[in-house]
Design a protein around this ligand. Structure first.
Ligand SMILES: Nc1ncnc2c1ncn2[C@@H]1O[C@H](COP(=O)(O)OP(=O)(O)OP(=O)(O)O)[C@@H](O)[C@H]1O
Ligand SMILES: [Mg+2]
Length: 550
């Protein structure tokens, strides 16, 4: 197969040859016409000389008006000169005195005329017509020779040029071009590999120059930071930085760090970024070196929200299991003596009818013993040693209403308005009724603790869907002091409380969380300081008959 470079050379050579051929043809034409002019001049001069000689030789006879001799002369002259086709002696009045003429098929004729005079008297004109075909033939031969010489020259030059170009000049050039092409292909391959690697990484990567102007990024970066394509493609680093920092909890700290790193291009640094929406990114930044010179900076971001959540959950579950073990021990040690205290107290109460003074102390012992038993029971939920795992397939609303009736008295004394909104068509869930009520009570007690000066407490149930499943949602909302952002992440930790010693154990939400988790449900909180709080509890809706979970 012919190489492209060869085709290109071939074309160039053909063009060159064509132009050269045209130039040579023009030159040939010029030479031939020049040559013809010269030959014609020579011929003209010869014919003039011939005419002059003829005039000299015929003057005598013309003077004597011996036209016979003139004619004889003309005939003899004509027959002696093969190229002479016609000779005429013509009187000034046009009368032909004598004439020689021979038949010819000549293609080119040459005419000349000369007058014969004597002492100023014009005797006659001599006219000749000569065959000029020979001159033309030699001109044609000259042209043919020149044309063939030109063609040979052009062919030779063309070949010479082709040889010189391909062998001496083009081959090395071709080699260089092919090497460059290969290098380009290798570079393209490396670039596409780099780009594929960049796009396939789980991290968001941004490369900027020393001034912070964006040079390259992967789609993951734009996606992680939720940066619209318009902002990305505008490549305005100030706008980009603004967009990015606006999502963070502490934008100023981040901007300060960025400024610090741009001021010290050789620094490497890493930290964690907390987003307003709860996400957490790990940030790593290092200088971008090319041939030992810092050209900019590479930023990489990794979304570690899930990882952190898992770590937190692990921590939480470690704490819970510690509490569980503790609870199991405490429950074991306390449950039996408590049972004895409660049993004897109740027994003594029955028999104390005759001694009224003992009634109040015995009832107090019974009440406090029951309270302690309940606390032990709560702790047993953690230890999972509780045997209260029997579940019923029920509409939870009556159970919720029963729980609310317990807190009604407190609500009234605290000027808390209690309102309920239960979904019209009952949704059944598989639940341990006692534990459900415990969750509701804990949430309502917290709500009332948050409204010491009164307020509104609303309990609402509604159907909900989560991750494709059907759930019953129970919202407990209050108009209390709300929960500050800083403590939100710690709410469900066991023993976390903001209440004074003796007023809260910090077990209420931890317990509610544990119960809901055991039911494969979820608990969420929505709160802003000063505006109130909504706790939402989700229990999976079940169409199944009650199943006891052991
Ligand atoms: N509705 C609410 N409004 C404001 N803060 C709340 C609300 N619910 C819970 N909290 C906060 O969460 C903390 C933990 O609540 P949790 O019920 O676990 O413990 P507690 O109420 O302090 O003690 P207890 O064991 O007696 O329930 C509370 O101390 C309180 O700061
Ligand atoms: Mg509580």
């Amino acid at each position: 197969m012919m190489k492209i470079t060869e085709i290109r050379h071939g074309r160039a050579i053909i063009w060159f040859s064509a132009v050269l051929l045209v130039f040579l043809a023009a030159t040939d034409a010029l030479i031939v016409s020049q040559q013809r002019r010269i030959l014609l001049n020579i011929q003209r001069r010869c014919v003039n000389n011939e005419l002059a000689l003829m005039a000299t030789l015929t003057r005598e006879a013309l003077l004597k008006k011996d036209y016979r001799t003139v004619e004889d002369f003309l005939v003899q002259w004509g027959s002696e000169h093969t190229d002479m086709l016609e000779i005429r002696a013509v009187m000034p009045n046009g009368f032909v005195l004598a004439q020689y003429k021979k038949e010819s098929s000549a293609r080119q004729l040459f005419r000349a005329r000369s007058s014969v005079a004597h002492e100023g008297e014009h005797l006659a004109d001599l006219e000749v017509i000569k065959d000029f075909t020979g001159v033309e033939d030699s001109m044609d031969k000259l042209s043919a020779g020149l044309v063939s010489a030109s063609v040979v020259l052009v062919a030779f030059l063309g070949f010479f040029l082709w040889y010189t170009l391909s062998v001496t000049a083009m081959r090395p050039l071709e080699k260089e071009i092919s090497e460059r092409r290969k290098a380009e292909e290798r570079l393209q391959g490396a670039l596409s590999l780099l780009s594929a690697t960049l796009e396939s990484t789980a991290d968001g990567i941004l490369v900027v120059d020393k001034k912070g102007v964006v040079e390259q990024y992967n789609q993951k970066f734009a996606k992680m930071w939720r940066i619209p394509q318009s902002v990305m493609s505008a490549s305005e680093d100030a706008a980009l930085l603004q967009f990015v920092s606006a999502q963070l909890r502490q934008p100023e700290t981040f901007l300060e760090k960025v400024r610090e790193l741009y001021a010290a291009p050789e620094l490497e640094s890493s930290d964690s970024l907390e987003f307003k929406d709860g996400r957490i990114f790990e940030r790593y930044s290092q200088p971008h070196w090319i041939d030992g010179v810092i050209r900019g900076r590479v930023w990489s971001f990794r979304d570690v929200t899930e990882k952190k959540k898992l770590e937190m959950m692990l921590l939480q579950s470690e704490k819970l299991s510690a509490v569980g073990q503790l609870a199991a021990g405490v429950a074991h040690e306390i449950n039996n003596p408590l049972g004895v205290i409660l049993g004897f107290a109740q027994c003594a109460l029955k028999k104390s009818g005759d001694v009224p003074a003992l009634d109040l102390p015995l009832r107090s012992i019974e009440r406090e013993a029951v309270r302690c038993k309940e606390l032990v029971q709560n702790l047993l939920v953690y230890s999972r040693s509780s045997n209260k795992n029997e579940r019923e397939h029920i509409d939870p609303v009556p159970g919720i209403q029963a729980a609310l009736s317990i807190i009604l008295a407190r609500a009234k004394t605290q000027r808390v308005e209690l309102s309920t909104d239960f979904q019209s068509s009952p949704l059944k869930i598989n639940v341990n009724k006692g534990q459900l009520q415990q969750v509701i009570l804990n949430l309502c007690n917290n709500a009332m603790d948050a409204m010491p000066g009164g307020g509104n407490l609303a309990v609402k149930t509604s159907p909900a869907s989560r991750a494709g499943g059907a759930f019953l949602r129970i919202d407990v909302s209050d108009t209390g002091h709300g929960i500050p952002d800083e403590i939100k992440s710690r709410l469900f930790e066991p023993f976390f409380t903001t209440k004074d010693v003796g007023k809260g154990t910090g077990l209420g939400l931890a317990l509610a969380h544990e119960i809901v988790e055991n039911h494969k449900g979820a608990i969420e909180v929505e709160s802003s300081a000063g505006k109130g709080t909504v706790f939402s509890v989700y229990f999976p809706v079940s169409g199944e008959p009650p199943a006891n979970v052991v």
